[in-house]
Design a protein around this ligand. Structure first.
Ligand code: RAM
Length: 348
């Protein structure tokens, strides 16, 4: 993985809300810095925010970064996004170390691995950096807060409901996931397996494959699945990278309309495949809101408004008030289903 760093000076994210909030437009002055010693009280708090997604180049994370940038602009902080080109377990470590050395006030991370980042995060926290995970968590003891897009049960259930409905609740399905260590996908898959076992006895999950949140790898894994399992009825891809690559493959293949595809996708990446009949419905939440909430949570930690104790409450701009739940988790909302009837209303 090569070093990549982008300081975002202006960006516009048009995002119509899933649920409550409406359009997000991001625009923030770039640059990092700030004195690490001056965090802790509201007045001269170190509001320099560093955003570290699983990898760069994924429209999902571009949108969540846009939301975080918008929030940071609102509370008067500085903002930068850094990240690796590959979503591999250790590829984020160097960016955590650099953020700490440069005196970031808050670090917002979607983790590629629950454990591999912990040493670097511990060091950053010892140096005074407040660590907020979002989207994909580390082990709880490695961060101050986790901003969860929706409950794992809810995300698992919506995908199982969609695929079982689309295949008539019987036959073989496969899962095309992100990277093998991703905390979020692994939690959702475990719950999908439980839900299938409990309520869908005629559906057989034949294999879970990993596209590493890389478009080409995901495309190739889709082709291989279809070749290996001629009876396959459906694919669930709980990653925006995977589902769009799988849709692209299916859309020009003999399997279009024959093999169902659902999972978690962004409306902009999936629109053409809903319109051409490759996909009927898929789910997600609003990534801009997720990033926006994560940035406000970092600010609340940095200023000392909250410590991450269960029951702590903080205000997150246009999204309103949020309360810290068990394991220092904060919940954004519920997943949302997109289909041909509503996809035209969304732009992210
Ligand atoms: C991909 C990433 C991200 C996940 C979404 C659904 O963009 O794996 O972590 O939350 O898909």
């Amino acid at each position: 993985m090569f070093g990549m760093k982008r300081t975002r000076r202006a960006g516009v994210v048009a995002a119509i809300a899933v649920g409550v909030s409406l359009v997000a437009a991001g625009c923030a002055g770039g640059g990092s810095g700030g004195d690490p010693s001056d965090g802790g009280d509201g007045g001269d708090a170190n509001l320099s925010i560093t955003m570290l997604p699983k990898n760069l180049g994924n429209p999902y994370f571009d949108t969540s970064t846009g939301g975080a940038e918008e929030a940071t602009e609102e509370f008067g902080g500085t903002f930068e996004e850094v990240g690796p080109s590959e979503a591999s377990p250790t590829s984020q470590v160097q960016y955590i170390q650099t953020a700490a050395q440069q005196g970031a006030g808050g670090l917002i991370v979607s983790a590629n691995d629950p454990e591999a980042l912990c040493d670097a995060l511990d060091e950053a926290r010892s140096a005074g950096v407040k660590v907020v995970t979002f989207d994909s968590d580390t082990n709880p003891e490695c961060r101050d807060l986790f901003i969860n897009q929706a409950t794992a049960e809810g995300i698992a259930k919506v995908q199982v409901d969609l695929i079982t409905e689309q295949i008539g609740d019987a036959g073989q399905i496969a899962i095309l996931s992100a990277s093998a260590n991703a905390t979020n996908q692994n939690a959702w898959i475990e719950m999908m397996e439980e839900e299938l076992a409990a309520n869908h006895p005629d559906v057989e999950l034949v294999e879970i494959v990993y596209g590493d949140d890389d478009d080409q790898t995901s495309f190739d894994k889709t082709a291989a699945l279809l070749q290996t399992y001629p009876e396959l009825k459906g694919i669930v891809s709980p990653t925006t990278v995977g589902i769009s690559a799988a849709a692209r493959y299916l859309s020009t293949s003999e399997y279009k309309g024959q093999v169902a595809l659902t999972g978690l996708g962004t409306p902009n990446q999936m629109r053409e495949y809903v319109e051409d009949g490759t996909v009927t419905a898929f789910a997600l939440w609003n990534p801009a809101d997720l990033g926006y909430l994560a940035a406000y949570a970092a600010q609340a930690l940095i200023t000392g408004e909250i410590t991450g104790e269960e029951g702590d409450t903080f205000e997150a701009g246009k999204l309103g008030d949020f309360e810290v739940g068990p394991d220092a988790g904060v919940l954004l909302g519920d997943p949302f289903v997109f289909d041909a009837d509503n996809i035209g209303e969304f732009d992210f």
